[in-house]
Design a protein around this ligand. Sequence first.
Ligand code: SF4
Ligand code: SF4
Length: 477
Amino acid sequence: MVKTEKPKKARPAPEKIIPHVPEMDATKKRVHPRFVTGKYQNIRLISMYAILIGFLILPWLRWNDRQAILFDVIEPKFYIFGATFMPQDFYFFAFVFIIAAMLLFMVTVYAGRVWCGYACPQTIYVHLYQHVEKWIIGDRNKRMKFDKAPWTAGKIIKFIAIHSIWGVFSAITALTFIALVVGTDYLFFNGATPFFMGWGKMTWIFFLLITFVTQTNGGYMREHMCVHICPYGRFQSVMFDKDTLIVSYDYERGEPRGARKKNAPADTMGDCVDCSMCVQVCPTGIDIRDGLQVECIQCAACIDACNDIMDKVGYPRGLIRYTTERQLVEKQKTKILSPRIFAYIFVLGACIVAATLVATGRAPLEMEIRHDRKQLSTVGRDGLVENSYVLKIVNKTDERQVYKVRLEPVEGLSLRSRFEKLPLQANEPYDLPVSVFGDPAKIQPGHTPITITVYTENGEYSASADDIFIFDKKDKK
Ligand code: SF4
Ligand code: SF4
């Protein structure tokens, strides 16, 4: 007698995919994802490790015999390849941050949390540290058993081995960060043997702090960081719309789910064989079949795992896939162009133009005048009235420059500087005292506007600033 399958009741498909925020439990057990291979995981591996290697080599890049990228917070000056940024240039970084934020928003509107899944440092380090666990203990089931196992000598040795390797990665990360701030020369080639004996107290504090934070994040915080702490994960739901690319389970195709005999009639069961592989590979431990959740970092591990299962059971791939709500639920074509995207493009374009203007308009020479406030005006033995100033000069080029100073002509006034020529190294600031002398027979009492100009010996650059010359009535004989 032929036994027929009783049709299973399909789970109701959600009316809307976005957003589904399940109850989150920060105390839940550690997630031990099964490692999976596939198209998306290959892309992730290339992207994540390219970013990691790029970060590690950053402090070792050189430009004109100097560290190419150095955020010297003591001076403070930021060197980025050929450009030098001083505190007064930091508004340029405000534009850079706005551009980065706008880019991230735009990418999120189109491609969802692609940053989280493919490029976020948290994802990269968690992936790396889980690889170490897998290498020493084994894949998911062995790691879950290891967690529950009593503390035997074998478990202690593996525990120490894992934490030591994590520690090495964490220390290398801390050294890379610190080298971008204090420079590789100070950090590694300071003359001390071993090199870390030459570090100051603050270097040690930051080294230990960053190592600890990296170890805790990659080793323990893991998905909790994405779910409970990272603000980006939280506000993504307001940025998603019906046309945002998301990792989704196809309810209509998959339900009713369940194990089935091979070649079971198609009308009794959906394509999901309820193997739970999509759950086992998920680094945040969620079931994508429950709908899009705030924990989903869109790593696409569930897509690769499910495609693998579909291949094995002989069903078409794509039961879990990248799609949009408009496509999956409303069965319409995804709309690429929307007023929101034009608004993002407009703001992004404006920021890029502003940042370019700021970057290209940076003056190669900076000069300010400070009038001596203690003694605004004095009269010398020769009867001349003297006003003293300090010229704050900064050579903002990458080359040594020789400067001269002049007073723009005013009848009865002349300028004397301590130096006839002022040589300044690349990016060197200098406070130059100068005096302006007035002949009382030729100038009027009161305030006379003056302009002082600093210029390069070869006449290439100049900078001027205005102030006043003070001639007090009582100084007039
Ligand atoms: S991997 Fe695919 S077939 Fe297996 S439970 Fe998940 S959705 Fe169903
Ligand atoms: S649900 Fe899928 S895409 Fe989302 S985090 Fe889990 S494995 Fe990655």
